[in-house]
Design a protein around this ligand. Sequence first.
Ligand code: AMP
Ligand code: MG
Length: 412
Amino acid sequence: MNRPHPNADVRMRGFVSRATVDEALAWLNGQVQTLPAEKIALSDAVGRVLAVDVVSQFDVPGFDRAMMDGYAVVAADTQGASPYNPLPLTVLGTALPGQPFLGSVAPGQAVRVMTGAPMPDGADAVLPAEVTELDGPRLIAQADVPPGRHVGFQAEDIRRNALLLPAGRELRPQDLGVLSSVGVAEVSVVRRPTVRIVATGNELLPAGSAPHGYHITDANTPMLRALAVRDGGQMLSAEIVPDQRERILAAIRQPCDVLLVSGGSSVGQEDHVPTLVAEHGELAIHGIAMRPSSPTGLGKLGPALVMLLPGNPVSCLCAYDFFAGRAIRMLGGRNPDWPYRRARLPLARKLVSTVGRVDYARVTLAGGQIEPVSISGASVLSSTTRADGFVIVPGDSEGYAAGSAVEVFLYD
Ligand code: AMP
Ligand code: MG
């Protein structure tokens, strides 16, 4: 593995050797552990990751209840009832949701029930209102019902002591509904990894400003922020700093779980970040055999994971997706794998790659085929906007022939 000597100034000497993507991922996997749990209100828990199994303390529903508007009856009593064989019943009273009927139902009797009302004692089925008629005080049943018909039984939805949701579950809106139904007000979730973005470059203007002169507007901060939020990160700050050692050091020393530094990650004269990380922490990986993003670095500053992402926006996106996104998802207890849908489709043209490095090739889809985007430059951010997704060509591959079926990751 490519481990620079601490304090080594690698600037302007080029990368002597590059780590493989697998080596970089192995280092990362060794560093990252799921963060500890925290308790939060259920109402804030959508999208969060459950830290523990949730077991229901209750049956849902907690009682047998009517599932239709109609009449609670003794099912056996109704056998043979039809429009030609009407069965008269005496209505004893009414049960409403939240308001039980306190008596008991015997053959020849019925209790009016609304959907959700507790089933009265003695009744074991609901005769829907549509198959009855009222004849003065008498109810006329015109159909029969088997036992249990239109009754929702205690615990048929959720049984007490049953596993409701497993640890690791990314909570969906309907999960919050289920948790609430068993009386859960607070949930134990994995703490969100905190993220800071430091965009380096004397040439950078703040996101949203019009580019002018020899300045360019920061493209990486808005992109990285959205990516980090997508992966469950909690943004603490994002700032632009000029290419000055002291300014960069002050910015990267702010505490967080994951520090995303954009720009200045390579071996140029203005690339201070690798040296600073090596001096003040650990620069474990610097230079990775991949394209784009070869000037990527991974390291630690105190407890923070530091991702040295190339300033070229395409490289920045690619390096984020290969390493930083994975780390943020793992810290947050999420699936580390690519967060993109996959498809296997034939290539419209050949896709060439160099043996010895991993390629992240932007592609479009047309007519069920994969079309490589011809721009290869890492600086062409619009190539990722034009692309529908990307194909990863492994390090040991020269690429793929036209017509071969390959796996494509889709941005949407
Ligand atoms: P660097 O990685 O700092 O050597 O930058 C490589 C290229 O990416 C240069 O052309 C920079 O101007 C450009 N660049 C650096 N940071 C950003 C950024 N935040 N947004 C857009 N382009 C950038
Ligand atoms: Mg720069």
